[in-house]
Design a protein around this ligand. Structure first.
Ligand SMILES: *[C@@H]1O[C@H](CO)[C@@H](O)[C@H](O)[C@H]1NC(C)=O
Ligand SMILES: *[C@@H]1O[C@H](CO)[C@@H](O)[C@H](O)[C@H]1NC(C)=O
Ligand SMILES: *[C@@H]1O[C@H](CO)[C@@H](O)[C@H](O)[C@H]1NC(C)=O
Ligand SMILES: *[C@@H]1O[C@H](CO)[C@@H](O)[C@H](O)[C@H]1NC(C)=O
Length: 402
């Protein structure tokens, strides 16, 4: 089975800025550097957030909290949940992506096979839709080469009850990659500076400015199918659900605003340090964990039976690892180690292994690609609750799932 395309079904967006007829491709633009945060940052954040975390406060909050249930297909390749767009609301399954900033979905005027394989937005049947007066267009390309483009407009966007007027992209041209995807469109949760149309602000930036969210946060609870037994998880806009994780959140300050970029201080395999540190992005839109070549090889050198499979163009591990009761791949962030159990390193089965070990082999949940940053994708997030916090000092609050 050829599955290299699945490494990053969506994942990080490459900025493509349309500038008249010429197109400039920009990757990794260092934007606003964080001010140095004080040593008591953790304590300050805990104090501020603990007030909001209890299930009671979430239930009591009538305003400013939006809950979106999400599900994932086999192997947790992507997580999607319903969003209503327009008046009356048309419902779409959106993939919430912290690795890109645009919201887009197929337009009903697009009748290609790819567009027709999903629900399409009909702007003519929404009384609140406004086409962009400047006739600007969005163009987006993702890390795996998939793309979408088309006109933009604004309409009412309702996320679990939080409703604001928001810019959306109406895709009239989508790459065929999206045909296999279960989602109808993408819902960007990165920072506004990564919007493909300069000047456009993200849903969260607008919702915060309009005080439509109780807290400037989006919390991702994305348990694996294995863990949730098919019940799925949720995104919580404007709140934190402390019943979903153990202990306190550790707030990891964002180093570069754009993606949710943080400093990964070390990688550990079953507690053994690899002395490897790098910038990484916490990305709900990428399925796997992506590291550099050297670190990926070092991780697999500590896993019995793992090897690089040329045919599959990736690292593979024995599928029997999925039954492992012990061992983990850990990532140290803001001084604390967050783990992915070994059992989750055995990802999708790809066939029979080579050599003495034989047996079924699985694609590894940790792979390497040529990327300027590491990517902590769903393999990481499905084991660790993540709060994408857009406070004055932005940070990702992380704690192991319950
Ligand atoms: C879109 O909505 C308009 C107005 O309700 C309708 O006439 C048109 O047929 C719809 N288009 C599609 C492709 O469903
Ligand atoms: C669709 O977009 C791609 C990528 O930008 C472009 O190469 C292609 O020409 C476009 N197709 C049409 C029909 O506009
Ligand atoms: C969580 O943080 C609070 C406030 O800083 C502290 O009192 C408490 O001991 C912490 N709990 C755990 C389990 O770390
Ligand atoms: C990591 O660094 C420590 C201290 O310098 C050293 O003892 C250890 O061997 C190193 N481990 C690796 C895997 O490089």
């Amino acid at each position: 089975m050829k599955i290299s395309i699945l490494i990053i079904p969506l994942g990080i967006a490459t900025l493509v800025l349309a500038d008249g007829d010429s197109t400039t491709s920009v990757f990794e633009v260092p934007l606003v550097r964080n001010p140095t945060y004080r040593g008591d940052f953790q304590a300050q954040m805990q104090k501020m957030r603990n007030r909001y975390g209890s299930p009671e406060t979430i239930a009591a909050a009538k305003k400013g909290v939006g809950l979106v249930p999400v599900t994932s297909p086999a192997f947790d390749t992507e997580y999607y949940g319903p969003v209503k767009i327009g008046t009356p609301g048309q419902t779409f399954n959106m993939n919430f992506d912290t690795g890109s900033a645009d919201i887009w979905l197929a337009s009903s005027t697009c009748s290609t096979t790819t567009c027709k394989s999903h629900r399409r937005f009909n702007s003519s049947s929404s009384t609140t839709f406004r086409l962009d007066p400047a006739k600007r267009r969005f163009r987006i390309e993702y890390g795996d080469g998939s793309y979408a483009n088309g006109p933009i407009g604004t309409d009412m966007v309702n996320v679990g009850g939080i409703q604001i007027r928001q810019t959306i992209g109406l895709a009239t041209n989508e790459s065929a990659d999206f045909e296999v995807s279960k989602m109808d469109g993408m819902f960007g949760l990165a920072f506004s500076s990564y919007e493909s149309v300069p000047g456009v602000k993200t849903f969260m930036t607008n919702a915060i400015a309009k005080k439509a969210v109780a807290l400037p946060v989006v919390s991702a609870y994305l348990p694996s199918l294995r863990r949730s037994g098919g019940k799925g998880g949720h995104y919580l806009f404007g709140a934190i659900d402390s019943t979903k994780f153990h202990g306190n959140l550790t707030y990891v300050p964002v180093t570069v605003k754009g993606y949710w970029q943080v400093t990964v201080q070390d990688v550990l395999v079953s507690g053994q340090s690899l002395n490897s540190s790098y910038q990484g992005i916490v990305d709900t839109g990428t399925t796997l964990v992506i590291l550099d070549d050297k670190t990926t090889a070092a991780v697999h050198s500590k896993i019995k039976g793992a090897y690089f499979d040329k045919q599959e163009q990736g690292w593979v591990v024995p599928c029997s690892l999925s039954k492992a009761q012990t061992g983990s791949v850990g990532f140290r962030l803001a001084g604390r180690v967050f783990e992915v159990p070994m059992a989750d390193i055995a990802w999708e089965p790809v066939g029979k292994g080579k050599g003495k070990l034989g047996g079924e082999i699985c694609y590894s949940g940790v792979q390497s690609i040529d990327s300027p940053v590491w990517i902590l994708g769903d393999v990481f997030i499905k084991n660790n609750y993540c709060v994408f916090d857009q406070s004055a000092i932005p940070s990702v609050g992380i704690a192991p799932l319950q």
